[in-house]
Every structure is written in structure tokens, then in C-alpha cells.
Design a protein. Structure first.
Length: 201
């Protein structure tokens, strides 16, 4: 099993990326393309997952794009790493919970490289530092191809989260590598790639 790794440097528009991701899912299903790991950043965009609820929108003027991923409302913006993947669970065991657990452990190991202790939460999906979320996970599965991905807050503008109740959690905050004092994160793409490939090879 081969996983192609792509790194995009400039922030990309959300809808075009999702179209490319969904085409890759179809191509992996047909065995036309390899599995994929794609690390990028998005231009600022608010998205709604499949279990979102309009009561979680605080600023009614923001534009929100519907997404097929799991989860509720979130915001992507420059400085946040988006990690899209297309992984064939037909070849890796048809166990979605186990897959999500592997993703959680992958993110925890990424953060460990910056001497950050983080944890998953059985009630609230994502990765947490105390009561603040640093990484969000949203996955969709089509014919046992798992796709969409996760995001890690690196140096993004956290005030953008004030327009929504992120992930529907009122009493929880958000944080980033920059906010907790990590100064050198230039190698983040390499760290993400290393830990993801270690998890899935």
C-alpha cells in the first residue's frame, strides 16, 4: 500500500480542495490512484459538518459552506494546518473506531514532538490540552474509503472562532501551538508526514 504525500504552501480555496479530495476517493475505490496524505492551509472559511445545528452560529452574517464531513461548525484559516487523507479501510480492517483512535494517537504524537502533552476525549472528539481544543477531526467513509481529515491550530487567528460555537461545545476553548508558547514550528509539515506515515504503514 502506497500513500502519496502532497504539501501545498499557499492557502487554498476550500470547495476546490474538496472536489479534488472526492475525486481521489473515487479513484482509490477503482484502484486508479494511491492513497493520499495532503497537508495544506485554507483561506478563511466556515464549514458545517453533518451534525451541525444553526443555534451554534453566533455571528449570523458569516457565510458557511456545508461539508460532508462528520462534526459540527468549525473555521479554517491561514496558520491552521489541514491534513486531508484518503485511506482504504478495505485493506486496513473495516473498523472506523479503531481508525479514529489511530488518527487521535497520530495527532498526540505530532504534538509530543513539540513537548506538548495532549489527550483525546471519549465524549468530545478531537485533541485537547486541558480544556482547550488544539486539533479537530472530521471523517467521512464511503465504501470503506475514509477521507476528509483533521486540523491542527498552529498560528491561526483564534478570534475567528468567536463567530461560532466550535464543534457545538459552549464551555470549551481553543488554543494553538503559538498561543501555548511554541516558537519554532517551521518543520510542522515534516512532523505531520512522519507521524502519519508511521501510523499507517
Amino acid at each position: 500500500m502506497t500513500i502519496e504525500v502532497k504539501n501545498s504552501i499557499k492557502p487554498l480555496e476550500y470547495v476546490n480542495c474538496i472536489e479534488l479530495l472526492e475525486k481521489r476517493v473515487d479513484d482509490v475505490l477503482l484502484a486508479k490512484e494511491d492513497e493520499l496524505l495532503w497537508i495544506l492551509e485554507h483561506e478563511t472559511v466556515y464549514t458545517a459538518g453533518t451534525s451541525s445545528n444553526k443555534k451554534d452560529i453566533i455571528n449570523k452574517r458569516i457565510k458557511i459552506i456545508d461539508s460532508k464531513r462528520g462534526g459540527k461548525y468549525t473555521v479554517h484559516s491561514p496558520g491552521q494546518k489541514i491534513v486531508y487523507f484518503v485511506i482504504d479501510l478495505n485493506k486496513r480492517g473495516k473498523d472506523i473506531r479503531k481508525f479514529i483512535s489511530k488518527i487521535e494517537n497520530c495527532i498526540i504524537n505530532i504534538l509530543k514532538e513539540y513537548n506538548i502533552n495532549s489527550k483525546s476525549d471519549k465524549k468530545n472528539i478531537g485533541i485537547w490540552i486541558n480544556d482547550k481544543k488544539i486539533a479537530a477531526i472530521g471523517v467521512r467513509v464511503k465504501k470503506w474509503i475514509a477521507y476528509h481529515g483533521f486540523s491542527i491550530n498552529i498560528s491561526n487567528d483564534l478570534t475567528k472562532y468567536k463567530s461560532i460555537i466550535p464543534c457545538g461545545l459552549k464551555n470549551k476553548g481553543v488554543t494553538s501551538l503559538k498561543e501555548i508558547g511554541v516558537k519554532n514550528y517551521k518543520n510542522i509539515n515534516e512532523v505531520i508526514s512522519k507521524q502519519f506515515l508511521k501510523t499507517f504503514y
